[in-house]
Design a protein. Sequence first.
Length: 139
Amino acid sequence: MTGRFGEHMEGVLIQAQATGTAELILGTVSDAGFGPFVLVGSGGIFAELFDDAGLAPAPVTPEGAAALLAGLKIWPILQGARGRAKADIKAAIDAVVAIGWLAAELGPRLAELDINPLILRVEGQGVVAVDVRARLVET
């Protein structure tokens, strides 16, 4: 790597490639008038291609998170459509609830948070947040 990028390179980060059954986008935004919200939708390369997202005020209950996921166009894929392995929906629900709790606790200080993709593994194997970006602001 040093040979290619030169001696000024400070370091590299090497990660294992994560795989799974589906990808979601999961994030938050805080509105000055309405407070914090959680967004969940089709993620990865599909985040900008499909109109497939749900929004709910934070915090989100497990039942609310399940309803958000069930309302997505990608829901049949998460359920194992056409012979695919069923995604770990419980882990996805837990992630939505946790992000909603974080957004509610931090309030306007958490201006935004974006996880894309959140890779859902096979049922019982959890999720992996591959790319995460958050922005905190002074309040």
